[in-house]
Design a protein around this ligand. Structure first.
Ligand SMILES: Nc1ncnc2c1ncn2[C@@H]1O[C@H](COP(=O)(O)OP(=O)(O)OP(=O)(O)O)[C@@H](O)[C@H]1O
Ligand SMILES: [Mg+2]
Length: 361
């Protein structure tokens, strides 16, 4: 178990910077998830931690030791890839013990004990004599994790290990990984482009975009207080709504001017509210209790059983607004609707930069 410190890490290829001055502290025993869209630099970052990719600039410290230029085998790290990379001609048992037999001076009995312990934890004991082509995708993935476990490394790195599995197996393996982390207290850095995986697995998540770290924090802190408009729309499903600041000099605008710096309202700021932070009323004669309301027309209703989502078209919003409602709400497509904001959850983002505008206490 070891902490990892990334200090101003950069990765430049000839004419392209894949990672820009990344600063990130991973605590010992933490489950850190790197998440972001395709090409944002997640794998590059992970490969730099593993030593599979040179660090162009900056410093990398693992377990208190500067390993910026250390060879991969000097870092005491195990990496599990999306493509399990098992040896096809070897049994599961051989796949799991091969690395230790070759590179460590551990006695054979110790290696065997570790393989059996890992197999038991991963529930693959009865598969030890099979070859990879006799296993399902989920079983192969478990063998790949087992091969990493037997080395008892200081740090585990995972690069999208579940993306080849079907949805049900993915959910199951998420639970297994969580259990392993809990039982062994190991430090994990886990890469995914799936925000649900990030929210459910990470003790903290680091959101990247375009090679830059956008925000790092506990999943619910990021969900509630995203630092940028990019993070706001990337984390959370369905996505956060972006609503226009009410025009004119009505109560809504006056209320916003008190809550945020009035100067922020001068520009092209937008308001951020998640579907569950808006209430919908179709009887527009009832005065709303919220200081912030919008009028629109119901465009579509999706009833999912336990809840429903209404799409409401506002006159001056870029996109239809999604509102979560009770499944049996009596609304119809084409009806006028009044949306009111839960203002305790309201966020504002600066138009040009997309950076969150702080609210007054
Ligand atoms: N060897 C290379 N030479 C030049 N550019 C590269 C090289 N490897 C990666 N890149 C570029 O660096 C950027 C980051 O790539 P990276 O593989 O880290 O993305 P990622 O976040 O892991 O994406 P994905 O979710 O698709 O796996 C991309 O724009 C990619 O094209
Ligand atoms: Mg990748």
């Amino acid at each position: 178990m070891a902490a990892i410190s990334l200090q101003g890490i950069c990765k430049r290829y000839r004419d392209h910077t894949a990672v820009h001055h990344l600063n990130l502290e991973v605590q010992a025993g933490e489950f850190m998830v790197l998440v972001g869209p395709s090409g944002c630099g997640k794998s590059t970052t992970l490969r730099m931690i593993a030593g599979l990719e040179d660090i162009t600039e900056g410093k990398l410290v693992i377990g208190g030791k500067d390993v910026t230029h250390a060879e991969p085998h000097e870092r005491d790290i195990a990496m599990v890839f999306q493509s399990y990379a098992l040896y096809p001609h070897m049994t599961v048992q051989m796949n799991m013990s091969f690395g230790l037999l070759r590179a460590s001076r551990l006695p054979r009995a110790e290696i065997e004990a570790r393989v059996h312990d890992a197999a038991e934890r991963l529930r693959i004991t009865d598969l030890l004599q099979r070859r990879p082509n006799e296993l399902s995708g989920g079983q192969r993935q478990r063998v790949a994790i087992g091969r990493a476990l037997v080395r008892k490394p200081k740090v585990f790195l995972f690069d999208e290990p579940l993306s080849n599995l079907d949805a049900k197996l993915r959910t199951h393996m998420r639970g297994e990984l969580e259990r392993l982390h809990h039982e062994l207290g190991i430090t994990i850095v886990y890469v995914t482009h799936d925000q649900v995986e990030a929210m459910t697995l990470g003790t903290r998540i680091a959101v990247m975009d375009g090679g830059r770290l956008q925000q790092a924090g506990a999943p619910m802190d990021i969900y509630r207080a995203p630092a940028t408009r990019f993070v706001a729309s990337f984390i959370g499903s369905p996505e956060m709504n972006f609503l226009p600041v009410p025009a004119g000099d009505g109560t809504g605008r006056a209320w916003l001017a008190q809550r945020f710096d009035a100067s922020a309202l001068q520009g092209s700021a937008v308001l951020g509210l998640r579907p569950e932070e808006l209430a919908l009323a179709v009887d527009c004669t009832t005065p709303a209790s919220s200081p912030l309301v919008w009028r629109g027309v119901v465009q579509r209703i999706e009833r999912l059983g336990a809840e429903a989502y209404a799409q409401v078209r506002l006159q001056d919003a870029e996109r239809a607004v999604l509102v979560r409602t009770a499944p049996d709400i009596a609304i119809e497509v084409g009806q006028d609707a009044l949306l009111s904001a839960d203002v305790t959850r309201l966020r504002m983002f600066d138009g040009p930069s997309g950076v969150a505008v702080p609210a007054h206490a």
